[in-house]
Design a protein around this ligand. Structure first.
Ligand SMILES: [Zn+2]
Ligand SMILES: [Zn+2]
Length: 252
């Protein structure tokens, strides 16, 4: 199994996960042309994808999903709540998953889990190929015991580092938005990401990628420092995905 990030942040998120002959796009917050452009350096085109998996209805995760699914005839997997909250429901084909039920797409096994975020029915995922496990946790305002259980013992993790608390406090957002972002149903701060990492079983963790890093309330350096603190060590396995530049293929 391997994964790559096409870019991550409040202006769009997308990630590819591949196992065997199966390739899934995890979130589609970019336009069709942008997805094509960002897939090219990975040696892929839109037609190489088998499915689109959507975590929740916010535009930075869903904006391009319906159009991409029509363009390439791809099924879109989402929760009933995400479907109900979708603005453009012209999906080529809809597949509903339940946020507590395991399901399969080709060679990939998906273990979704619910997260506290201000969306209708948001979920994040652990992917398994039967041997290795890759997880993503973004767009969560807080950490639940269930999230901790799901992410224990992973081989690779994409983890939200949305804001540095002090930078959010001093930053340009209006007060209501600061409360939303920093709240229990908003986004994960650097400090929360570090605490989660400290608690997790990381013995198998080969890759750790900071994601959904705010360009206004955080810096890649602050995010990386938090990941290093949470890991208790600093090495090349720790990376930060940016809005315009993702992360190339990483074998899990
Ligand atoms: Zn988001
Ligand atoms: Zn969101």
């Amino acid at each position: 199994m391997r994964f790559a990030s096409l870019g991550s942040g409040s202006r769009g998120n997308a990630c590819v996960v591949e196992s065997g002959t199966t390739r899934v796009l995890l979130d589609c917050g970019f336009s069709v042309s942008e997805i094509d452009r960002r897939l090219a350096p990975l040696g892929l085109a839109g037609a190489d994808l088998d499915a689109i998996l959507v975590t929740h209805e916010h535009g930075d995760h869903l904006a391009g999903a319906a159009r991409l699914s029509r363009r390439y005839g791809l099924p879109v997997w989402l929760t009933a709540g995400t479907l109900a909250a979708s603005r453009d429901t012209g999906y080529h084909r809809v597949e509903i998953f339940h946020a507590h039920d395991v399901f399969e797409i080709g060679d990939l096994q998906l273990h979704p889990f619910p997260v506290p975020h201000d969306a209708r029915e948001p979920a994040q995922f652990v992917f398994s190929d039967g041997d290795r496990r890759f997880g993503q946790l973004t767009d969560t305002g807080s950490i639940t015991p269930h999230i901790e259980r799901m992410l224990a013992g992973l081989d690779a993790l994409v983890l939200e580092c949305n804001y540095e608390p002090e930078l959010l406090r001093r930053g340009p957002y209006p007060p209501a938005l600061k409360v939303r972002v920093g709240g229990d149903y908003g986004h994960l701060g650097n400090d929360q990401a570090a605490v989660l990492l400290e608690r997790l079983d990381k013995t198998r963790l080969n890759w750790l990628v900071g994601a959904h890093v705010s360009e206004k309330n955080n810096t890649p350096e602050h995010a990386r420092m938090a990941l290093v603190a949470g890991m208790g060590c600093d090495d090349d396995r720790i990376e930060v995905a940016a809005q315009d530049e993702g992360i190339g293929w990483r074998s899990v």
